[in-house]
Design a binder for this molecule. Sequence first.
Ligand SMILES: *Cc1c(COP(=O)(O)O)cnc(C)c1O
Length: 386
Amino acid sequence: MHIETEAIRTQMERSQYSEHSSPVYLTSSYVFDDAEEMRASFSEEKERNIYSRFSNPNTSEFIEKIAVMEGAEAGYAFATGMSAVFSTLAALLNSGDHIVSARSIFGSTHSLFTKYLPKWNITHSYFSVNEPEKIEELIKPETKVIFAETPTNPGVDILDLEHLGKIAKNHNILLIIDNCFATPYLQNPIKYGADLVIHSATKLIDGQGRVLGGVTVGSSELIREIYLFSRNTGPALSPFNAWILSKSLETLPVRLDRHCENALKVAEFLEQETNAENVKYPFLRSHPQYEIAKKQMKAGGNIISFEIKGGVEAGRKFIDGVQLCSRSANLGDTRTIVTHPASTTHSKLKEEERLEAGIKPGLIRISVGLEHVEDIINDLKQALNT
Ligand SMILES: *Cc1c(COP(=O)(O)O)cnc(C)c1O
């Protein structure tokens, strides 16, 4: 069936109350009929819920939906996107292993690679999103994983998933894609050879700025490793949040259609503004990787970046000038959000590190929401011209 139908009709079994919409199962544990059933369940001869750190009907429904939408066999749901990234890597990597990653990645993922994984002797090499032809030079015998996000945060660059998939296959290493900006509706990396797909469900999957969550999907074999690690270390998603997120998936396709329509109009408006330079949106013809975006994405997503004339000061002034849009670091909300990475999310980086990651002093990131597009544009217009 179509992804819109799967997002609505993938549902847990009904209880004896015949509810139409899935209920919330806020329970930490489950009961057994007798000692034999308990033994069989713990030894995994029988598949059933034992304890909500392992599984729960609400988290299972959420995982199944994401897996169906991404074309994956299985998955595990986490308390946050970062616990999904960390637990996935911690479950699969050993001391001495090496990661090849795009340099433009989420700030906390960068901290994980540079500050924490080295404690367990897991190292990394970064490639620039503008030099995908240099990726293979970085691969060593110890390389176990290629890691990337596309579109990237906050630069909105696009990496060619098919190219990454081929490299991973040729070298027999895992390709892990953080698909947060695209969601399962706009892009399915597994089709292009990704082994695992990670989402921060906190963003567009929730879509209304309410709960945190994360998920990893892929082959049953890899997910089994991640499941065993997580079942023992405890990053599980709360059943309540899983219930919210599974409900949100029912409307993901219609929400995304409007997010993308609004974002394209806002991007086209910004391209005409003299105070906004270097406007980047995947489905603008001027985007350097427009052809790749068209190949692998259904639409351009809801994130736009541009540079405001006048550097850091102008960036801060613009942020102060918006009246409707929210000043926040989140993204993927119904409310349009503006962020100035150089003075906030990436302020701890050195200037040269920021530039290497494509973050110019005047870079502004907009997460386009679901307000009427004319109201969004009018607010941006007045903020740009004050
Ligand atoms: C927000 C985000 C994360 C982390 O997700 P949390 O749910 O905040 O932990 C990871 N990757 C990307 C691309 C993100 O935008």
